[in-house]
Design a protein around this ligand. Structure first.
Ligand code: ATP
Length: 460
C-alpha cells in the first residue's frame, strides 16, 4: 500500500548522499551489485526519486548485459554498512508514515477506537513490509534452529509453569482423547464437518468456551453467516456453556433470562468473544481487522476464529471467482488459512458435508473427502473433524438430554487419526467423552405423550 504524507516527517529518515554513494559503488562493481541488489535492495530503499530512477536504470543495464550508467560521486567505502543503513532508514520511513497518519486522524476528530484499530492494522502490515526491507531476509537452517529452540523452550516453560499437558489451550478433562490426538487447540486450520443438526455449532461453541476459559490471554472471533439466527443467541449459548445451563430453557422462556448474566462474572470470558455478522461485503480483511481489534482492545494474545459456516461465507465472496462453488470455497479457505499467522490460534471452519456422507449411515467410516465442495478444505486444513450420529437408542428418544455422537478425526497433521465417542449433554450445553448414562431433558421441555396435554383450546 502506498502512503502519502502531509508534513514530510518521513524525510527525516532519509540520506540522499548515502543513497548516491551506494549507487556509485554499485555502478562501478557489477559483482557488488549482484551481492546486494539481487537479495535486498529494492527501489523503495531509495527515497530520492532521482536516485530511485538511477537504481532502476542500473538494474535494467545489468540485467540486459549493457554497461552500467554513470553515477557521479564517491562510492561508499563500506558498502555493506551503507546498504544496511539505507534499509534501516527505509524501515523507519515506513513506520513514520503510519504514525503521521495516526496523528492526523486524531487531529481530524476520527473516533479514537477507529484510529487506534487502523493503527494496529497498518502497523501489522508495516511489520511485514519492514521484514521485506530487511537485508538478509533468507535465513539459514542454523538461524531457524535457534528460533525453533527459543520457541519450543518458551512453550516448555509455559507447560511446566501451568502444569498442563499442552502449552495450547486444552479441550479439557472431559475430552482428553482430543488433547492426546491433537495436542490441544493449537494455531492451525481445523475443519469441522457434519450433517445439518448434528451439533456442529454447539460443539464449536463448547470448544470456544473451553478456549476462553483455559487461559486468560485468549479471545474468539465468531464469523456468523446464519441469516436467520440473531447474533445474541450465540451469547446465550456461550453463557450456558460456561455456566453449564440448558439453553433451550431460556429460548423457550421457561427460565429467567437474567440468570444468564452470571456468565458475565466468569473472568471476563464474554468480553473476549466477539461476533462478526457476515454481510455480502464481508472480506478476509474484515475478519483480520476484527482479530486485531480484539487483540488491541482486550489485550489478548491468541484468538480462535470460528467461521459458521464456510460454504455460506464462500457464497458471499467476490464474484471474481465466478459461480463455481468449488472455486469460491477454495479461495475463501486459502484466504482464511493465512489468518493463522495473525491470530496465533485455531482457525476453525465449520463445513457442510456432501449428502452422500450421511446417507451412508452411522456405521460407515467418515472420510476427509466428505467435506462439501471441499478440495481445498481437504488439503488446507491441518485437522479434519467429522461429527456423525452414533448408533444409540437415546438419539431417537425425544426426552433424552444425551445424544451420542462420534467425532472422526479424519485428518491430523499433529498425530494419529481416530474416532472419539462424544456425548452431547443438552442440560449443560456441554460435550463429554465419558458416557453420562441416561439424563432426561428438564421436565418443562419434555414432550408429553398422548392424553397428557391439557386445554387444547386457549381462550382469548
Ligand atoms: N450440547 C448441546 N447443548 C444444548 N443443545 C444442543 C447441544 N448440542 C446440540 N444441541 C441442540 O441441537 C440443535 C442442533 O445443533 P446445531 O445447531 O449445533 O447443529 P448444526 O450441525 O450446527 O446444524 P446446522 O448445520 O443446521 O447449522 C441445536 O439447535 C440445539 O438445540
Amino acid at each position: 500500500m502506498e502512503y502519502r504524507s502531509g508534513s514530510g516527517l518521513e524525510t527525516v529518515f532519509a540520506d540522499v548522499e548515502l543513497e548516491r554513494a551506494v549507487l556509485a559503488a554499485l555502478a562501478r562493481d557489477e559483482q557488488a551489485f549482484y551481492s546486494y541488489a539481487e537479495d535486498y535492495l529494492v527501489p523503495e530503499v531509495f527515497h530520492d526519486p532521482g536516485n530511485r530512477a538511477k537504481f532502476l536504470e542500473l538494474v535494467e543495464a545489468y540485467a540486459s548485459g549493457r554497461p552500467a550508467p554513470e553515477v557521479e560521486g564517491e562510492p561508499a567505502p563500506d558498502l555493506a554498512a551503507a546498504v544496511g543503513k539505507l534499509c534501516d532508514l527505509a524501515q523507519r520511513r515506513r513506520v513514520a508514515v503510519i504514525l503521521e497518519k495516526f496523528w492526523r486522524d486524531l487531529g481530524s476528530g476520527k473516533a479514537v477506537q477507529d484510529a487506534l484499530a487502523e493503527l494496529v492494522e497498518r502497523a501489522a502490515e508495516a511489520q511485514q513490509a519492514v521484514k521485506a526491507l530487511a537485508p538478509g531476509e533468507t535465513r539459514t537452517a542454523a538461524e531457524l534452529l535457534r528460533e525453533a529452540v527459543a520457541v519450543l523452550g518458551e512453550q516448555k516453560r509455559q507447560k511446566e509453569e501451568t502444569g498442563r499437558e499442552t502449552p495450547h489451550p486444552a479441550f479439557g478433562k472431559g475430552l482428553w482423547s482430543l488433547d492426546d490426538l491433537l495436542g490441544g487447540m493449537q494455531p492451525a486450520v481445523y475443519a469441522l464437518g457434519g450433517q445439518p443438526g448434528v451439533g456442529k455449532t454447539f460443539f464449536s461453541i463448547y470448544c470456544a468456551s473451553r478456549y476462553l476459559t483455559a487461559a486468560g490471554d485468549t479471545g474468539v472471533v465468531w464469523v456468523d453467516v446464519h441469516e436467520t439466527r440473531p447474533a445474541w443467541k450465540l451469547a446465550v449459548y456461550l453463557s450456558c456453556s460456561v455456566l453449564g445451563k440448558c439453553p433451550q430453557l431460556y429460548e423457550r422462556l421457561l427460565a429467567d433470562p437474567a440468570e444468564l448474566l452470571e456468565g458475565l462474572r466468569v473472568d471476563r470470558v464474554l468480553e473476549r468473544f466477539v461476533v462478526l455478522t457476515a454481510e455480502r461485503n464481508t472480506t478476509l480483511l474484515s475478519v483480520r481487522g476484527a482479530v486485531r481489534r480484539l487483540m488491541a482492545q482486550q489485550g489478548v494474545k491468541r484468538v480462535m476464529v470460528v467461521v459458521d459456516y464456510i460454504q455460506k461465507l464462500a457464497s458471499y465472496t467476490s464474484v471474481a471467482t465466478g459461480q463455481d462453488m468449488r472455486l469460491r470455497v477454495a479461495s475463501a479457505v486459502s484466504a482464511l488459512t493465512t489468518l493463522v499467522g495473525v491470530c496465533q490460534g485455531p482457525v476453525w471452519l465449520i463445513s457442510g458435508v456432501a449428502k452422500d456422507a450421511y446417507r451412508r449411515g452411522a456405521k460407515d467410516e467418515a472420510s476427509v473427502a466428505d467435506f462439501k465442495e471441499a478440495g481445498e478444505v481437504e488439503y488446507s486444513a491441518d485437522v479434519g473433524l467429522q461429527l456423525r450420529w452414533a448408533d444409540d437408542p437415546r438419539n431417537s428418544d425425544v426426552n433424552s438430554a444425551v445424544k451420542a455422537l462420534k467425532l472422526h478425526v479424519v485428518k491430523n497433521r499433529f498425530g494419529a487419526t481416530g474416532v472419539v465417542n462424544l456425548y452431547s449433554l443438552q442440560t449443560e450445553c456441554r460435550y463429554l467423552q465419558a458416557d453420562p448414562g441416561y439424563v432426561s431433558r428438564p421436565p418443562e421441555l419434555c414432550v408429553r405423550g398422548e392424553g397428557e396435554a391439557e386445554g387444547d383450546d386457549i381462550p382469548f
